[in-house]
Design a protein around this ligand. Structure first.
Ligand code: NDP
Length: 230
């Protein structure tokens, strides 16, 4: 059984990832901005001794240090950087602003990499040495046939490049680093027309993470195990 640390767990895909990892018998450190204020998490914690709740705001680097302090050297086997934002829905060309763009870039690209950097001592103590980043097919340049969504697309494209760098840099330490596409999922971000539910997405994502081999490190993989072109 492994120790998972998952970000953005108060709702959506992150919450379902917590449910499924706990159900499989793993220990989980679930982060959210204010987890004690989330009934879904406090109820799960009440009945699962293997669940630790931890506060983390990706926009507040001080909270990264607080999380590392709370972990107090605890090994983390699998890190899932799930939290993310889309940004303003109407930010089409002509309405783009630097402020909106940099906010999304900070949360979707910079923060997950800096958080991973902070957690390296814990990850180095872990047995599985797996680091997953929730990207999106919308970050694929090859798949972009419809334009638009400049802010979200570029933030996830840049994240993909960082994942590739990390996979190469951490290869000598046998880490497996993955960029994942969860599918088009019915969540607050994906909306009601998404093609799959969080259950199907989380099940597929966990299987991809758990079955990945060293040769898969640095790949961009969807919840159904299909490779996504960069
Ligand atoms: P949701 O909008 O339902 O959930 C997003 C999660 O990210 C929430 O837990 C949210 O917490 C958290 N989050 C956002 N900003 C911060 C922050 N500053 N600090 C801490 N947590 C934060 O989205 P999904 O569950 O659908 O998305 C999960 C991931 O999957 C994202 O990275 C997304 O880009 C990606 N994705 C989703 C797709 C879909 O179809 N749904 C498709 C492709 C990729 P809070 O409530 O506090 O804001």
């Amino acid at each position: 059984m492994a120790v998972y640390l998952i970000t953005g767990t108060n709702r959506g895909i992150g919450l379902e990832l917590v449910r499924q990892t706990l159900a499989a018998g793993h220990e989980v450190i679930a982060t959210a901005r204010d987890p004690q204020a989330v009934p879904a998490l406090t109820e799960l914690a009440a009945s699962n001794p293997g669940l630790t709740l931890a506060a983390l705001d990706l926009g507040d680097p001080d909270s990264f240090d607080a999380l590392v302090g709370q972990l107090d050297g605890r090994p983390v086997d699998v890190l899932i950087n799930n939290a993310g934002i889309y940004g303003p829905r109407d930010a089409s060309f002509g309405k783009l602003s630097a402020e909106d763009w940099l906010t999304v870039f900070n949360i979707d690209t910079v923060a997950p990499v800096l958080l991973t950097q902070k957690l390296m001592p814990n990850l180095r103590q872990g047995a599985d040495k797996r680091i997953a980043f929730m990207s999106s097919k919308m970050g694929s340049v090859a798949d972009n046939g419809s334009g638009g969504s400049y802010i979200y697309r570029t933030a996830k494209s840049a994240l993909n490049q960082a994942v590739k760098c990390l996979a190469i840099d951490l290869q000598p330490e046998q880490f497996i680093v993955l960029s994942l596409h969860p599918g088009w999922v019915r969540t607050d971000m994906g909306g009601p027309n998404g093609l799959i539910d969080t259950r199907t997405s989380a099940q597929g994502l966990l299987s991809v993470i758990q079955q990945a081999r060293p040769v898969d490190s640095g790949a961009f993989i969807a919840y159904d195990n299909k490779r996504i072109p960069w």
